[in-house]
Ligand binder design. Structure first.
Ligand SMILES: Cc1cc2nc3c(=O)[nH]c(=O)nc-3n(C[C@H](O)[C@H](O)[C@H](O)COP(=O)(O)O)c2cc1C
Length: 174
C-alpha cells in the first residue's frame, strides 16, 4: 500500500472481527516497531502481545472498561523503561515516552498497510496493568492498541483536523 494512502486512511477502529491475524502479518507489524528510531538508539521499549482471552479482558478493564479492546484477537501493550535523563532538557524521564510513541506509530501505520485496524489507547491504569501483565518496576505502560480486522466498513470515515494555516508558521512562532 502506498505510504500516503496508509496515513490518509488510518482510523481509530473500535469494533473488531474475531478472525485471527496471520503470523506473518503480526510479525511485520512488530518488525515495524522494532526498527523505529530512538534517542541515542536506546530502544527502551517492550511490546507485550496479549492473545489470552482472560488477560485481554483484564487489560480492557484496566483501560477504563473500554470493552471493544478485548474484541480484537490481539492487544499490544507498549511499555517503556525509565532512563531518567534527557539531553534535550525538560523532558527528563519522560523522554522514553517519545521513543515508545515513535515505535508505536510505526506499528500502527504498518498495521494499516496490512489491512489491520488499531486504536491508540491512552486511557489506562498503569499500576493495574503492571499487576495484570507482570511488568517490572522500571517499566511503565505508554500506549495500548487492539489489533485485528475491523468489523464492517472501516478506514473511510471522515477526518476532522485543523487546517495547515492554523498549525504551521514560518521562521518564528506566530
Ligand atoms: C494519545 C492518544 C490517546 C488516545 N486514547 C484513546 C482511548 O483511550 N480510547 C479511544 O477510544 N481512543 C483513543 N484515542 C484515539 C483518538 O480519539 C483518535 O485518534 C482521534 O479522535 C482521531 O481519530 P482517528 O484516529 O480516527 O483519526 C487516543 C489517541 C491518542 C493519540
Amino acid at each position: 500500500m502506498e505510504f500516503y494512502e496508509v496515513i490518509k486512511t488510518r482510523r481509530s477502529i473500535r469494533s473488531y472481527s474475531p478472525e485471527p491475524i496471520p503470523e506473518d502479518k503480526l510479525r511485520r507489524v512488530l518488525e515495524a516497531a522494532r526498527i523505529a528510531p530512538s534517542g541515542a538508539n536506546r530502544q527502551p521499549w517492550k511490546f507485550i502481545v496479549v492473545r489470552d482471552e482472560d488477560l485481554k479482558k483484564k487489560v480492557a478493564e484496566a483501560c477504563n472498561h473500554q470493552t471493544f479492546i478485548s474484541e480484537a484477537p490481539v492487544v499490544i501493550v507498549a511499555c517503556g523503561r525509565d532512563i531518567g535523563y534527557n539531553r534535550g532538557g525538560y523532558m527528563g524521564s519522560l523522554s522514553m515516552v517519545v521513543d515508545v510513541t515513535i515505535a508505536m506509530t510505526h506499528l500502527i501505520l504498518a498495521a494499516r498497510a496490512e489491512g489491520l485496524g488499531t486504536c491508540w489507547i491512552g486511557a489506562f491504569n498503569n499500576d493495574e496493568l503492571k499487576k495484570v501483565l507482570d511488568i517490572p518496576p522500571e517499566y511503565n505502560v505508554v500506549a495500548i492498541t487492539p489489533l485485528g480486522y475491523p468489523k464492517g466498513e472501516a478506514f473511510t470515515s471522515s477526518m476532522s483536523r485543523k487546517s495547515l494555516e492554523e498549525i504551521v508558521c514560518y521562521e518564528k512562532f506566530a
